[in-house]
Design a protein. Structure first.
Length: 220
């Protein structure tokens, strides 16, 4: 009986029979967000510790080989990323001369949410000194911020950043955000002065008073 016949009679290999390294590579090639060790362990029918060790071994292997991609632990899960030193090549291919960046208004608003979360839209508007409702809607649509309950005192909707934000920023968690103090030593004083001259905005009003950011609907 031929070797091929024996293989057919034995039937297809189960997930647990697959070589773990290549199996992990195959799964991570198709994920659209970082995969957690728990989820990978369930899918590949292995103990979490074995999955964790294999992932770190793969990450080290790619680094030693100097590959153009790397396996990184981001936002609580693992995913393939291109290496920073090849960013110019990737940017040239993806953008092809087009710009796809966050607007200045969006960056400022996102920064306030990241460092003040959970925070209401009126609070963000007070910090920035301009109505940010339009920018907040755009950030929600982009999946960078999300609703996270309401403020007990006012009933205003509160916002926090998302795992997609952590993924895009290359952070494992919010504790990896850089400290503000070295860059903005007078941040609290500036914010207090700003709040005095800024009218309060109703975050749920469709047409809140105050001027929207001119570029709040800019695609990025």
């Amino acid at each position: 009986m031929s070797e091929e016949t024996n293989e057919v009679q034995a039937g297809p290999r189960t997930v647990a029979d697959l070589d773990l390294g290549p199996a992990l590579e195959a799964v991570l090639m198709v994920v659209d967000e970082p995969a957690t060790e728990e989820h990978l362990a369930k899918i590949l029918q292995r103990p979490r510790r074995q999955i964790a060790d294999a992932l770190r071994a793969l990450a080290d292997e790619y680094t030693v080989q100097g590959r153009g991609f790397e396996l990184r632990l981001i936002a609580g899960g693992w995913r393939f990323y291109s290496r920073p030193e090849y960013a110019a090549a990737v940017e040239g291919f993806v953008l092809d001369g087009q710009q796809a960046r966050l607007t200045q208004a969006a960056l400022e608003t996102l920064a306030v949410v990241a460092y003040r979360q959970p925070v209401s839209r009126s609070r963000v508007s007070a910090v920035r000194g301009v109505n940010c409702d339009g920018v907040m809607r755009t950030l929600l649509q982009r999946g960078l911020v999300q609703e996270a309950g309401t403020e007990p005192e006012t009933g205003a909707i509160l916002y926090t950043t998302t795992n997609h934000f952590l993924e895009r920023m290359g952070l494992r968690g919010l504790d990896e955000l850089p400290e503000l103090a070295p860059f903005l030593p007078e941040a609290d004083a500036i914010e207090a002065e700003t709040q005095e001259g800024v009218p309060s905005f109703d975050p749920d009003a469709p047409d809140a008073p105050g001027a929207d950011d001119a570029d709040d609907q800019t695609e990025f």
